[in-house]
Design a binder for this molecule. Structure first.
Ligand code: CMC
Length: 431
């Protein structure tokens, strides 16, 4: 246990308490710093700031470790379904059979949208970005389920979580159907979570989509691997909004907006665009890699590198294997997969990437799997939303239950004008 930290400033010395997490990560507690010293800390991007204590997800980026509630991500590769992982994230332990069955039943019962809400989709232009539709419709859930705007107890919260996790999949599928001008397909209570999503995406009233169990498995794995990633941009957004005691629907709708950005959830789209550009532009993988290394060229090897992982992203490893399985099963060839394989092979032995610890991240292979399943590029980030939702819910609940219950309200270092008199309009008009 480290002792106090000492800060000396303006001739004064302050003792600041320290704390250590269960995996040994150390922090200096500055919560009383401003009161005592008049100073705040300055940390743009908050890369050195722990905004909460959390017991949900652990990442060690140097070692390539990701664990949900202590369980290594690799252990999720063959066993559970996404709903079991969602329950684990939200409740902190694996469910008993009857708990999982009860939760699954709630999901099934809540898959359909209110009919009036279904009609809302018709108001969006066909070419509306699906992320805008999904964010709007998650917000709209608050209008139809306002009994959940405040949480009464854990059972009430579980009911809410089940509703949201179930309905987001229907919302996502309807956003896609709307973009295609195709009829909405009601959820089928006989199907499991991923199969039901694929059914709503691809069935037509006159043509039932047959769900391939291997495709269902691949999708299940993708959702699991995206389910939480500690305090990333969208999760932090959900927690910040939740800290004002805003309801879960509003907080998650804000999370969708944060995820939309290309620096966050949008990266899997950029990987596909890169692969497509290499393919169509006749650039060789070798030549593209040279561009990515050239500092005067804005090109980057998309799907490589990570702010936290300085080792192989453990999610990427699992997705690479899943990708090979899906393509083998579908007996499909995709020139973009060949390009991805070659880029990875070259990058992993290139000193530029090796020295900078740049390895494939979660986005490198997920898009190729989506493409093989038939999910269009504009839906990729929406897929990320479905996967990440259990993490947002668990993190919102943790924030909600925090003892201090403080609203997140950072400070700033003001650099604008000092006092500056108002000038009436007539005196402002230039002569
Ligand atoms: N291609 C070429 N060079 C790169 C790349 C890349 N993909 N990533 C980093 N570098 C270089 C960078 O130019 C810098 O070089 P130098 O030291 O010579 O200046 C060095 O590697 C360190 O890079 P950085 O920008 O300091 O790394 P970062 O931790 O700030 O950025 C990143 C991480 C993910 C933004 C970056 O690696 C990147 O832009 N990757 C491509 C985009 C991508 O795949 N994003 C998805 C991230 S995973 C999503 C998620 O988990 O939610």
């Amino acid at each position: 246990m480290p002792g106090n930290a000492t800060l000396s400033v303006d001739g004064q010395t302050y003792e600041l308490p320290t704390l250590v997490g269960s995996e040994g990560e150390k922090a200096i507690d500055i919560s009383k710093l401003r009161d005592r010293s008049g100073y705040i800390t300055y940390d743009p991007g908050l890369g050195n700031t722990g905004m909460c204590k959390s017991s949900i997800t652990y990442i060690d980026g140097d070692k390539g470790i990701l664990r949900y509630r202590g369980i290594p991500i690799e252990q999720f590769a063959n066993h559970p379904n996404f709903i079991e992982v969602a329950w684990l994230l939200i409740n902190g332990r694996l469910p008993q059979p009857e708990e999982l069955a009860g939760f699954s039943a709630k999901l099934t019962a809540n898959a359909p949208l209110h009919e009036a809400m279904r009609h809302h989709f018709e108001g969006f232009p066909v070419n509306a970005p699906p992320m805008a539709v999904v964010s709007a419709m998650i917000s709209t859930l608050a209008c139809f389920h306002h009994q959940f705007l405040t949480i009464e107890d854990d059972a009430h919260f579980e009911e809410l979580a089940a509703r949201l996790i179930s309905k987001v999949r229907t919302i996502a599928a309807y956003a896609y159907k709307r973009s295609q001008g195709r009829p909405f397909i009601y959820p089928d209570p006989r199907l499991r979570y991923c199969a039901n999503f694929l059914h709503m995406m691809f069935s037509m009233p006159y043509d039932q989509y047959l769900v391939d169990p291997d495709i269902e498995d691949a999708l299940n794995l993708i959702f699991i691997l995206h389910a939480d990633h500690e305090q990333n941009c969208s999760t932090t957004t959900v927690r910040v909004v939740g800290s004002s005691k805003a309801n879960l629907f509003a907080s998650c709708a804000a999370g969708v907006s944060a995820l939309w950005g290309p620096l966050h959830g949008g990266a899997n789209v950029e990987v596909m665009e890169m692969l497509d550009k290499i393919h169509k532009g006749g650039v060789t993988p070798e030549a593209y890699l040279a561009q990515a290394k050239d500092k005067s060229n804005p090109a980057r090897l998309m799907g490589f590198g990570h702010r936290v992982y300085k080792n192989y992203d453990p999610r990427a490893k699992l997705l690479q294997q899943a990708c090979e399985r899906v393509f083998a099963k579908l007996k499909r060839k995709d020139p973009l997969l060949d390009i991805a394989r070659k880029l990875e092979e070259l990058a992993l032995k290139d000193p530029y990437f090796v020295d900078r610890k740049l390895y494939p991240n979660v986005d490198f292979y997920s898009g190729l799997i989506f493409r093989a399943i038939g999910i269009p590029t504009e839906m990729f980030t929406v897929m990320f939303v479905i996967g990440r939702l259990p993490g947002w819910i668990a993190q919102w609940k943790e924030q909600h239950d925090m003892e201090s219950g403080k609203i997140v309200r950072p400070r700033q270092v003001y650099t604008g004008k000092t006092i500056n008199d108002f000038v009436p309009m007539e005196q402002r008009i230039k002569a």
